[in-house]
Design a protein around this ligand. Structure first.
Ligand code: G3I
Length: 389
């Protein structure tokens, strides 16, 4: 039985666990490739080590500008997480800024870092309306290209990118955010080119052909709440499964906000899992109102921080309770690099992650640590979905 949400303030589970260092080989599941099997050291009370004990991968989105150049950022990324997601550098805008010329450099660096540190990689993302190169579309909804050109371009993009990373990606977010909140298909360039949602099945088939071992995910926000959007995606993936489209999982982004009620997340994870799919929390953060201009160290009220602790705890516990939930990935770890202040600047929201601007753990970190430390009774993730090829 998982304990209810609690706030433990600054009581570190390090005290409980001793804080010794262990070899990566103690992990419940090995890393992706035998060639990288040298021991990797990370603290026994790190999030990744605690997740290892039940086969749950703990992840983070990675800002590759900081990786390698910022020593503390780099150390925390290696020590605390067993899976990484490129926050931006696998998006079409970044990998093919000029038509016909790929730039894989930043993404390749992240993959190499992950191999070195025995981490798995979530590839993000192949089909999206946002962050497209301007030669393709400036807004995701309009384009000067013909439908036939768009179809050929999307096929080539998926095939080239998935082949480039073949064998290195654990989970691909193949299609991202294809629905609006009212459950209607997003009227983006892909929907218009196909005259419907047919592009989704094509995308999964092309990705599977290019890397048959990668787990292929549909990824979206607000699936956490039962409602028109979650129901529409449920119907979509049920249909895809019935049509034998190679979809393996559904990613629940989990961008939470303390001003809204906590969603019925566990129920939604479970009902998608009951379709025979893996599920994952892929972009979790918990924003709240801040008391000063948003930056890396904006204070929040004690009440807001308490609510954030509760939301983090419940988000993690929802994943822990569902055996098919194979990874829990916050969208970064440090408020300094969070996308939130730049996006929700009026009114000011932020403080959505669990390390502060000095890269020190906040109370929310210790809540996650304690939940994982107490999770020994949660169902163990096993089999191919739990972190191996
Ligand atoms: O690449 C340019 C760079 O050349 C320029 O100098 C700089 C100046 O602002 O901007 C850079 O682009 C930024 C890009 O991130 C890469 O850093 C964009 O302005 C910025 O809007 C973009 O934001 C990203 C956002 O997706 C775009 O929609 C965030 O970092 C990223 O966290 C966010 O992630 C998304 C997930 O992919 C999907 N789910 C929602 C999530 C949050 O929005």
């Amino acid at each position: 039985m998982l304990r209810p949400a609690l706030s433990i303030g600054l009581v570190s589970a390090t005290v409980l666990l001793g804080g010794v260092t262990l070899a990566g080989s103690a992990s419940a599941e090995p890393g992706p490739a035998p060639a990288q099997s040298q021991a990797v050291k990370y603290p026994a009370d790190s999030l990744r080590a605690l997740g290892d004990r039940i086969g749950l991968r703990i992840g983070t989105a990675v800002n590759t500008d900081e990786l390698g150049s910022n020593a503390d950022y780099t150390r925390i990324t290696a020590e605390q997480f067993s899976t990484v997601t490129p926050e931006n550098v696998m998006k079409w805008q970044l990998v093919e800024p000029n038509r016909g010329t790929y730039d894989w450099a930043a993404a390749d660096r992240l993959v190499a870092f992950a191999k070195k540190n025995k981490q798995l990689v979530r590839g993000h993302t192949l089909v999206w309306h946002s962050q497209l190169p301007t030669w393709l579309s400036s807004d995701g909804y309009t384009t000067t290209l013909s439908n036939d050109e768009l179809k050929a371009l999307l096929k080539k993009h998926i095939q080239d990118q998935v082949k480039h990373f073949r064998g290195d990606i654990w989970q691909w977010d193949v299609v991202n955010e294809a629905f609006d909140d009212d459950g209607q298909p997003r009227q983006d360039i892909w929907y218009k080119a196909w005259g419907g949602l047919g592009y989704i099945a094509d995308a999964f088939r092309w990705a599977h052909e290019a890397d048959p071992k990668a787990l292929l995910f549909y990824n979206d926000y607000n699936l956490e709440f039962t409602g028109p959007k979650s129901n529409a995606v449920y119907d979509l993936v049920k249909t895809l499964k019935a049509q034998r489209v190679p979809i393996d999982g559904v990613g629940f982004q989990g961008h939470l906000d303390t001003q809204y009620g906590f969603p019925d997340l566990q129920n939604n994870l479970q009902r998608f899992a009951d379709l025979g799919l893996k599920v994952a929390e892929t972009e979790v953060d918990v924003r709240t109102f801040t008391q000063a201009p948003p930056n890396e160290n904006t204070p929040t009220s004690p009440l807001a921080a308490y609510a954030q602790e509760s939301y983090w705890s419940r988000a993690l516990q929802a994943c822990l309770a569902v055996r098919e939930c194979i990874s829990f990935t916050p969208w970064g770890f440090a408020d300094t690099y969070s996308w939130i202040p730049g996006w929700f600047d009026d009114p000011q929201e932020g403080a959505a992650l669990f390390y502060d601007g000095n890269l020190q753990p906040k109370s929310q970190y210790y809540v996650l640590q304690q939940d994982l430390a107490l999770a020994a009774g949660a169902p163990h993730r096993s089999g191919p979905g739990a972190g191996r090829h």
